[in-house]
Design a protein around this ligand. Structure first.
Ligand code: WTA
Length: 676
């Protein structure tokens, strides 16, 4: 590797912290837990792979049962539940009707507390998904295997649109609602979608946001790149009242709420899909510019999120579950839509920001709806902790279980979450996983394992993690050294490939540690997550963050190259590097180091345009906190930008030895600039 030649290894991670204390789940929780069999890890030991995963398949309703649990004959393109046939919408809806027709599937809670919330029962969901599926099929011409891009806010119509696609066997690609029209266009182009589903607008922080205008940008830019979108289907946030200032384009834009009147009472026969037919694509940032279309299967994925929702989130039919993630990210796909619905759960979809109109809104909602499972991120927890008027004691709610996900949680923040939000009675699961993995990889089993602040825990049952150093040697438990966390075995929730780029799939996740590319033995193909981690002597994994260049802002993964490419669209910019700067609220935020073309004079106006370029290309979430205009960026001799050195400068950390760089003198210059 280039960096090693320069004497700087990218996988080396310094580890300084001490061991934290344990917390035990209360007896009352253990009594009622779904998974309390102490033999579970024995049953799911690696010697029993892959048969133990048959148990996960059994949780689903199949049109045709599988012939083979696992087919590993073409590594690393694993196939799960081969020969099986099923439909995801049937598993999430139809199979609950007989006994739970009138049970709430979702409560939609609008941001404005004065607007009525909606209760969507399983019967409602069944009717609405069928009618919208009929519209997609008969009006929009959507067929099995087509890709459909969905760019929507957090409303009940979003899972309805996803499930309607699933019913038809179409592959949905949901784009996070806060992303720009350009980001949506990039995903339309890569997935070759000819249909875009969107909404006129929505509320955020008390403001009405025009969302339809992004659809215009997306469709136009896609057209320029040769991808034609036939129809834009627009849900109305206030049914019957189109509320966007952006006009409709004749023949292309259609109001769903009007069209639906033609499909009242329509029922759509669900497509019987092969277990390994793709269910959806979810684009995620890699370390090169283009986002990767992570492809998930129907049977393997659905079985995995169902089982982990049951075992780790401990969802029971009588629980009220609230995951504050956005459905536009994988957490929302797996643990708002597919896992919970497959179990027949009742969950909350909340439209806006949790602190609107006051900091205690989450507790108000929890009290009102009886939420007892609460799922959020370290960023949101830090936000709550910093809010001035926070007062959970005032509200009458009881959480039995709380989840943290998306980034490492600081032990102090964990303890605050446990004592103040959880009232010392809720079990916490710190779930480590990724868009690519479909579901949880590391977490304590809530009734069986003690909690340890800041550590995700052991692999969940059936997942066997290992930490490798740069050379592929195992780093032993308790050694105090960090390394590259990998998973020894395949699992049903794993991504199948990267859409239209199988080579990138193999290279990214298996390139570094595959022992023998000709091997047909799954044991030679550990999955590389790309995260740094360390393993304590108790078998708990502590995640240290991304090893590659992807940065994690408020639990959202952003590719540095994606941000840098946006900046490099400005003619004045020569080079750009994005780093993750520590931030009290968000954990990390992007900071930008930029060098300019010769003879370009730095100015505030230029810095502002640089910021604007990122916001308009990627979205406000990527807004850099600071733009440093510097003479040059530190690089290895092979020309690789050393972001880690810039990050050390921004975060006021020890920079270390830079003498092996191609241009060590620039480090001092930048350091002085930032210090002043
Ligand atoms: C990070 C989100 C520490 C990690 C589910 C991972 C975490 C990336 C945790 C995936 C956690 C997620 N502790 N780090 N509990 N959960 N991460 O694809 O770096 O949006 O690789 O999936 O988030 O982010 P993604």
């Amino acid at each position: 590797m280039a960096d090693e030649q320069a004497g700087v290894s990218e996988t080396e991670i310094a580890v300084h912290w001490h061991e934290e204390e344990y917390y035990s789940p209360p007896e009352s929780f253990i009594q009622q837990a779904n998974l309390k069999d102490p033999e579970i890890r024995e049953k799911f030991r690696i010697e029993n792979f892959p048969d133990y995963f048959a148990e996960y398949g059994e949780l689903l309703q199949w049109d045709r049962k599988w012939d083979q649990v696992f087919d590993g004959s073409n590594p690393p393109f694993w196939r799960w539940f081969v020969g099986g046939r099923l439909n995801a919408s049937v598993n999430c809806i139809d199979r609950h009707l007989a006994s739970n027709r009138n049970k709430a599937a979702f409560y939609f809670v609008p941001e404005n507390p004065d607007e009525m919330r909606q209760v969507i029962t399983y019967q409602d969901l069944y009717v609405r998904v069928n009618e919208f599926a009929a519209l997609l099929r008969d009006f929009a011409g959507v067929k099995k295997g087509d890709r459909v891009t969905i760019h929507m806010p957090m409303v009940a119509e979003l899972p309805i649109a996803m499930l309607a696609c699933a019913r038809l066997g179409a592959i949905h690609s949901v784009v996070f609602g806060g992303f720009s029209g350009q980001a949506c266009a990039d995903r339309i182009i890569d997935s070759e979608s000819h249909i875009l589903i969107t909404m006129d607008g929505y509320y955020r922080s008390g403001k009405w946001l025009n969302h339809k205008e992004k659809a215009d940008v997306a469709v136009e830019r896609a057209e320029q790149a040769g991808q034609h979108v036939d129809k834009v289907l627009i849900f109305e946030r206030h049914p019957g009242r189109y509320s966007s200032d952006t006009p409709l384009t004749e023949g292309r834009d259609f109001i769903v709420n009007e069209l639906l009147t033609q499909f009242r009472g329509a029922r759509v026969e669900p497509e019987s899909m092969k277990a390994e037919d793709p269910l959806f694509l979810m684009y995620t940032s890699g370390s090169t510019g283009k986002p990767k279309g992570v492809q998930h299967s129907t049977g393997g994925y659905l079985s995995y999120v169902t089982a982990t929702s049951k075992n780790i989130l401990d969802i029971h039919p009588e629980d009220v579950y609230w995951c504050m993630a956005d459905i536009g990210w994988i957490t929302g796909h797996s643990y708002i839509v597919y896992g919970p619905l497959s179990l027949g759960a009742s969950s909350i979809i909340y439209e806006g920001v949790p602190s609107y109109p006051h900091a205690n809104r989450p507790f108000e909602i929890a009290e009102e709806l009886g939420v007892n499972i609460f799922h959020t991120s370290p960023t949101a927890i830090r936000g709550l902790r910093m809010a001035k008027d926070i007062n959970p004691q005032k509200y009458n709610y009881h959480f039995k279980l709380m989840v943290t996900v998306g980034e490492p949680i600081e032990p102090d923040v964990w303890r605050w979450y446990y004592h103040v939000i959880g009232r010392d009675e809720a079990v916490i699961v710190d779930t480590w996983w990724q868009t690519e993995t479909g579901g949880f990889l590391c977490s304590t089993v809530p009734a069986l394992d003690k909690m340890k602040p800041g550590s995700a825990g052991p692999g969940v049952p059936g997942i066997h993690p290992v930490i490798f150093d740069d050379e592929g040697h195992e780093i032993q438990a308790g050694s105090g050294r960090g390394g590259n966390i990998c998973i020894r075995n395949p699992w049903p929730g794993t991504l199948q490939t990267i859409w239209k780029d199988p080579e990138r799939f193999v290279r990214t996740y298996y390139g570094k540690y595959c022992k023998n590319p000709d091997s047909k033995d799954w044991r030679d193909w550990p999955y590389m997550a790309g995260d740094g981690a360390m393993l304590a002597s108790d078998g708990y994994f502590r995640i240290l963050g991304r090893i590659d260049d992807v940065i994690n802002v408020a639990g959202h993964r952003l590719g540095t190259k994606e941000l840098e490419s946006a900046v490099l669209r400005l003619d004045e910019v020569a080079e750009a590097a994005v780093i993750a700067a520590q931030d009290d609220l968000k954990g990390t935020v992007p900071e930008l180091y930029v060098s300019l073309q010769p003879n370009v004079v730095p100015s505030d106006e230029l810095s502002q345009r640089i910021v604007n370029a990122i916001v308009s290309e990627i979205g406000p979430i990527a807004r850099p906190r600071k733009v440093w205009i510097v003479p040059d960026l530190p690089k290895t001799r092979s020309g690789k930008i050393m972001r880690r050195i810039l990050a050390s400068i921004s975060n006021n950390k020890e920079i270390g030895d830079v003498t092996t760089l191609a241009n060590p003198e620039v480090v001092d210059t930048i350091h002085q600039l930032v210090r002043s």
